[in-house]
Design a protein around this ligand. Sequence first.
Ligand code: NAD
Length: 454
Amino acid sequence: MKKILEKQKEFFASGQTKPIAYRVRMLRTLREAILAFEEDILDALHKDLKRSRLDAYTTEVGQCLAEITFVLKRLKKWMKPRRVGAPRVLPLSRAWIVSEPLGISLILSPWNYPFTLAILPLVASLAAGNCVILKPSEISRETERVIAEMMAKHFDDRSVSVVCGGPDTTQKLLEHRFDHIFYTGGETVGKIVMKAAAQHTTPVTLELGGKSPCVVDENCNLERAARRITWGKFLNAGQICVAPDYLLLHKNLKEEMVGEVARWITKFYGERPCDSADYGRIINKSHFDRLTGLLQDGNVILGGQTNREDLYISPTVIDSVSDDADLMNEEIFGPILPILEFGDVSEAIDLINRRPKPLALYVFSRDKGFQQEVISKTSSGGVCINDTLVHLAVSNLPFGGVGNSGFGRYHGKAGFDTFSNPKSVLRQTMLFDIPKRFPPADELGFKILRYLLK
Ligand code: NAD
């Protein structure tokens, strides 16, 4: 680790990563690497999480390629120094902001979207002109292996180096000084990362999770809402940081909604989701055991079938969950959907605000007043109205959490900014000085400054 870091530091200090030509070359190399390894990536995702090709392509390979294209198209503009106005107390001066790379960044990524969540921050960091040490999750080990092979084959380790290993490896990495640490994962490890970063006053981005509510108003297209919620909840067997965690349903909709969700589960995955090529598996036995434990927290009204050997939990809907049950107090991160009911919008808002601020919030309603009330009276990393998950596909929307769901943003320009130092520059005129600027002070000087600083 020490050797790689020294090599990267020396390379960065040479200034070679700063020009746009280098950054564009890195992003194009990354695109070529992904295209060359496309089949291996899809295979690895199938082995790790039994992800279907459609899902794996759309949310991993395709999303990364689309982000690279988006960034390549705009990088020149983002890198341009941005002129800003100066106050009249500094006449004829010029002020501007120039984005400079931070240096060496450390990216730590999780197992649930093991490719995208390693590559998207990498795109941002390379675009900003940094060198990168990337540590993918050891839990999704096939994808970890493919990422390591792909990067070693296409990148000089002075630009990007992949370090493989578990928590011990991460702890060792964290002993070193980086210029930015970008962590995606759970809150407990997030705190470990932040503590370690504090020793070197290294800035961090924490992309954490949480319980993302999904509010369904009485005034909505229920069939379409149910289809989109069923998709967003059970994709990747619910192991998505922005998956709708629980449903907050208007009390008149319960029966119809449960019927619709059941219908869409069958349409998507057949009568036996365990046999469907489109339905994923739980990542490992410890997560399986945690999730099956949560099944005891309420009354299973749909699904509930499990198979530990196959790491299978069927799409499940639960009601009669008490507020203090684990199911309502920890992020579910699996294919279990609790249903809670509300009478009016303020009750729904109150239920949301009783919990820590979530990463995403979903609102299904035809009524703009209802939508606006929920948005303005709650706080979350992002909001998606009348759909689930798809706000992540908009590179112009900064992605990240608030409060317990993390801090810092990426995707598109927000990612470029996260990995850049917005250096402020002022060029002062040498033609004159404002009269009476320098000591000794007198009444006239005081008056002039008073006027200029108004
Ligand atoms: P994980 O176990 O893969 O851990 C993430 C990273 O932390 C890995 O690189 C791992 O090696 C490292 N790590 C694990 N334990 C460690 C320790 N004790 N010390 C140092 N490093 C350690 O992933 P996870 O935490 O199970 O991920 C799931 C969580 O991530 C969920 O809460 C989910 O909501 C969140 N998540 C958030 C986003 C987002 O974009 N905000 C995306 C995906 C997942």
